[in-house]
Design a protein around this ligand. Structure first.
Ligand SMILES: Cc1cc2nc3c(=O)[nH]c(=O)nc-3n(C[C@H](O)[C@H](O)[C@H](O)COP(=O)(O)OP(=O)(O)OC[C@H]3O[C@@H](n4cnc5c(N)ncnc54)[C@H](O)[C@@H]3O)c2cc1C
Length: 402
């Protein structure tokens, strides 16, 4: 079995890359280890940068027909004050909001669009076991069922626990992260809507995202603290949440088992090299991001666009693209490093000190007071989060495909 492009992993990066390369005329096979897309608590935040890409492909209207909620404002309660910390209403985009769409819905949308192209093939429940190395090149993969698939190019889009990391095919630089997160849902009983709310107090941070009938919640705590928290029992965790966020009222009947808490061990890292002959890593496989700002999916999409812009045409013509792979890394690495730097500074200088202070805060930290005093400053993080730092536009060859 051989193909122009083999993609390991059917997440946002892999399926978007599959769609774009197939549109440009390359033969594409995506292999995904899970039998379906139904993982809960993944990146559900589709930003204007991604919707601009969809608009460029003529797919925005169909995307917006899928179920989603629209998020425009982020509010923070800290030190007894309520502050607006993000507002996308003035972002220059035809979609100045974050579309909160369950990741399985987004992936199903990408699958449906890619399946219109006869040279696109997606195999679910098909884990990759190893990469094939021949004459110093990656020549494809061996599937767990023993089948070998050969490809001119293999893209690793298999997330932050990528095989290329585990098999040490590409070296990783770990930037460290002082936080972990429990994700859980709470029913919505109040009329508050359309907003992301963050409450900070007593060494904890609670984030709530309006998902229509329920709140998607994240309880942020100091790294490694999950077992200690769980050992105190669900009743103690519930009391802490009620104390941080009294607007929720009593959640006694809503959070009753520890199993309702889903741990995200936050990582911040990137590959030092994103490629070697025959192989390119994109998305989380190339760089695991902090959940701050909800940019993981959107960076994964930008990587896929950059890869398709640079590689799809020569690959569709049957050319070897090894010499071009470094250009994908050069194109995407700068903005990735910058965003990771901002995430690292925020994590280490703002979140970690807040999480260490297990007491009531009397006033917000200085950077937040500055943001409150100068509303124009609030638009800078909003714009960077919404549109990204280096925006990718789909090249005409890929965009024009019917
Ligand atoms: C709990 C949680 C919450 C998150 N919240 C947010 C958020 O709010 N906003 C946001 O933007 N991002 C968030 N993220 C991150 C976001 O989900 C990722 O950044 C994004 O999904 C990256 O896309 P990707 O395609 O690079 O990787 P992934 O989405 O990780 O996809 C990789 C795919 O590869 C498959 N795979 C892995 N190994 C193999 C193998 N050996 N063979 C075949 N297939 C394989 C996996 O099954 C998976 O489908 C969150 C992540 C987690 C875990």
């Amino acid at each position: 079995m051989s193909t122009d492009l083999l993609i390991v992993g059917g997440g946002p990066a892999g399926l978007m890359a599959g769609l774009l390369f197939a549109r440009a005329g390359a033969s594409v096979r995506v292999v995904e280890k899970h039998p379906d897309f139904l993982h809960d608590f993944r990146g559900d935040t589709v930003h204007p940068s991604t919707m601009e890409v969809l608009a460029g492909l003529g797919l925005l209207d169909r995307f917006l027909q899928r179920p989603h909620q629209r998020l425009q404002r982020a509010e923070l309660r800290i030190g007894g004050r309520d502050m607006v910390v993000g507002d996308l209403s003035r972002v220059r985009s035809r979609t100045p909001f974050i579309a909160m769409m369950p990741q399985w819905e987004f992936l199903d949308f990408l699958r449906a669009e890619a399946s219109r192209y006869p040279d696109f093939r997606l195999d679910m429940a098909t884990p990759v076991a190893a990469y094939l190395q021949e004459d110093g090149r990656i020549a494809g993969v061996r599937l767990a069922n023993g089948e070998e698939v050969r490809a001119t190019l293999t893209i690793a889009a298999d997330g932050r626990h990528s095989l290329v990391r585990r098999h040490e095919l590409l070296p990783v630089k770990d930037l460290g992260s002082p936080i972990d997160v429990f994700w859980f849902e709470l029913p919505k009983r109040t009329a508050e809507a359309g907003t992301l709310r963050i409450a900070v107090d007593r060494g904890r941070i609670l984030v709530r995202v309006d998902r229509g009938s329920y709140w998607q919640c994240a309880l942020v705590f100091a790294k490694g603290g999950a077992n200690d928290l769980k050992a105190r029992g669900i009743g103690a965790i519930r009391s802490e949440i009620e104390a941080i966020e009294p607007r929720l009222g009593s959640i006694a009947g809503d959070l009753v088992e520890l199993d309702q808490l889903h741990l995200l061990e936050v990582s911040l890292d990137r590959l030092k090299r994103w490629h070697r002959p025959g192989l390119l890593a994109i998305g989380d496989a190339a760089h695991a991001m902090s959940p701050m700002g909800g940019i993981g999916i959107n960076l994964a999409i930008q990587d896929a666009v950059a890869a398709a812009n640079l590689l799809a045409e020569p690959l569709a013509k049957g050319e070897n693209v090894d010499r071009l792979l470094q250009r994908v890394q050069r194109r995407r690495e700068g903005s990735t490093k910058l965003i990771q730097l901002v995430q690292k500074i925020t994590q280490d200088w703002v979140l970690a000190p807040v999480l260490r202070r297990n007491q009531l805060l009397s006033k917000p930290p200085l950077p937040l007071l500055v943001l409150e005093r100068f509303p124009a400053l609030r638009r800078i993080p909003g714009r960077a989060i919404a549109l990204g730092i280096r925006r990718e536009r789909v090249e005409p060859l890929v965009a024009k495909a019917a």
